[in-house]
Design a protein around this ligand. Sequence first.
Ligand SMILES: C[S@@+](CC[C@H](N)C(=O)[O-])C[C@H]1O[C@@H](n2cnc3c(N)ncnc32)[C@H](O)[C@@H]1O
Ligand code: SF4
Length: 323
Amino acid sequence: MKPILINGWHFEQEEYYKSWSEGILLTASIETSNICNLACSYCFREEKNVVSKKRLNNELTLEESLKLIDDLAQLGVRCINIAGAGEPLLDPHLPAMLERIFSYNIIPLIATNGSCINDFWINKFKETGASVMIKVNSFDSRKQDLMVNRKNYSKIRDMALNKLISAGFNKLEEGVVTRLSINSLVSRETIYEIPEIFEFCRNNNIMPCMETFIPAGKTRDWSENEVGKMEFLDLARSIKMRDISRNIFYDRLWPYLGGVPCTQNGKSSMFIDIRGDVFDCPAGRRKYGNIRDSSIEEIFGKVKASETNYCFGCPIRDSFGKM
Ligand SMILES: C[S@@+](CC[C@H](N)C(=O)[O-])C[C@H]1O[C@@H](n2cnc3c(N)ncnc32)[C@H](O)[C@@H]1O
Ligand code: SF4
């Protein structure tokens, strides 16, 4: 059996290769406002010296975000990830953005800390066919609250997770496609708990999205809290052995545990931040332009012409820190 993937990250490897070779943009990541109600010590979308994430003065307007979605649809996009810059559910633009994505039959995938999930959002996600990725770094409430710098966060997050499960977001389609994922950072603080969270995911048809730090923002530089690639691979091998005993098979061990590919770096993907800057992936190392200065089609032409990753790995982490 193949590992479970979330709707929007489930395309076959051949589809990515075909898109690359035909120059089609298969997936994109965009953002809502930078505003956030948590202050995670590890946030890759905030600079080290900033304590709380605020709205930026040059964020895209709703009209610009909707036009961006229209333009991405013209390039053939089939999944749009909304993975920042802050907490998407705090941005009043989000419902209209989800509706516009849905109107093109594109899959919206939303990353959320879960603190605002209520019936309104559950219905909006259902109506627009959204996939949801929720933050779970730890089921130990003290540890989790400390990591996000907010008391009682984990209690609210647990209720949100239960709500998503009760609403059926983890119901499988075609045997291996779910609409729910858990994002967990593999760090020194959490590595011992990862097998337990992974087990929870497997037992509940949730895609584990478990990774080391993205080298950007607060985690731009190597820190003592970081897990190196070799140690991560040891963990990935032990998790793979458990998966084999469940009849789940895959080759890929990196950059996510459990055979999950990274689909956010490559010629069939782009990342557009809330200020309109376009990068190869959310780590934002290579900038290709800004949608306020050039058309997205023109910028995508530069992405296609560049030598970027073809293998679902993470060239940015590969060249970073301790191996
Ligand atoms: C920037 S957050 C925005 C969405 C939402 N506020 C959240 O935290 O879920 C997008 C995703 O990046 C993850 N993330 C944040 N900082 C990270 C880092 N330094 N390395 C890897 N992933 C990170 C979050 O856990 C989340 O899944
Ligand atoms: S990781 Fe998400 S929840 Fe945490 S500070 Fe960054 S944007 Fe906010």
